[in-house]
Ligand binder design. Sequence first.
Ligand SMILES: N[C@@H](CCC(=O)N[C@@H](CS)C(=O)NCC(=O)O)C(=O)O
Length: 230
Amino acid sequence: MGSAGQLYMLYTCPFCWKVRGLLEHLDIKHERVQVNPMKSKKLPSAPEWKKVPIWIDDKEEIHVDSTPIMKHIDAVHNEGKLWSSEDEERRDKWMAWVDLHMSKATIPILYGSLGAALKTTTSVSKLENFGFFSKRLYAWAGFPIMWGIIAKKRVKKDGRTPKKLWHDLLDEFTNEFGGHTFFGGESPNLVDLAAFGYVRSISPYSQFSQLQDHKAGMKWYNAVEATLKV
Ligand SMILES: N[C@@H](CCC(=O)N[C@@H](CS)C(=O)NCC(=O)O)C(=O)O
């Protein structure tokens, strides 16, 4: 089988990790196009969408926005099995919960203090496909400070440390499993894979250790990871 499509992505983008995890779970052959973060205006999508991930399928059709992309890939390549559910209300409620709360929690843990922000931006500049000069600019110019300020505001508003925030989210999520291994029961569904993507997007950084001491969370995380065909 040829390639099912192209994923335009940034390595460090949590929304891209969601789609990557699904593609790996379903073992779908695809190409990854790592965009230059300084040149996002050159993305192939419609003019009104300047964000990654973007999925271009083998018919050259463009799909945007991570959760709709995941649903589309599941529908086309997996008969919609990961999204189908006996309890659609529960599924929809928790997909929205994951997209609202977990997406917001990645910035505070990665950029929540100036030290963390510097460490993260230095890693980002190594992981992403920057040009030589913009790499240095990104790591050492205003970015750590800018992100630091945004993240600090969020941490202050929330009142919890980023670690406590993540532990609370993982408590809340895993408590919803009702004794099963996954949100989806005995195998992960699309809600598991979306949540997994957000958590996995933190895994390249040293701050991930703050999540690794959440026992139930890591049990679930490792169980999802074991289903990936990479
Ligand atoms: N709701 C979107 C969010 C995507 C998003 O915000 N992506 C970021 C990178 S992590 C981006 O491309 N930002 C560029 C911009 O907003 O111009 C999704 O789930 O795909």
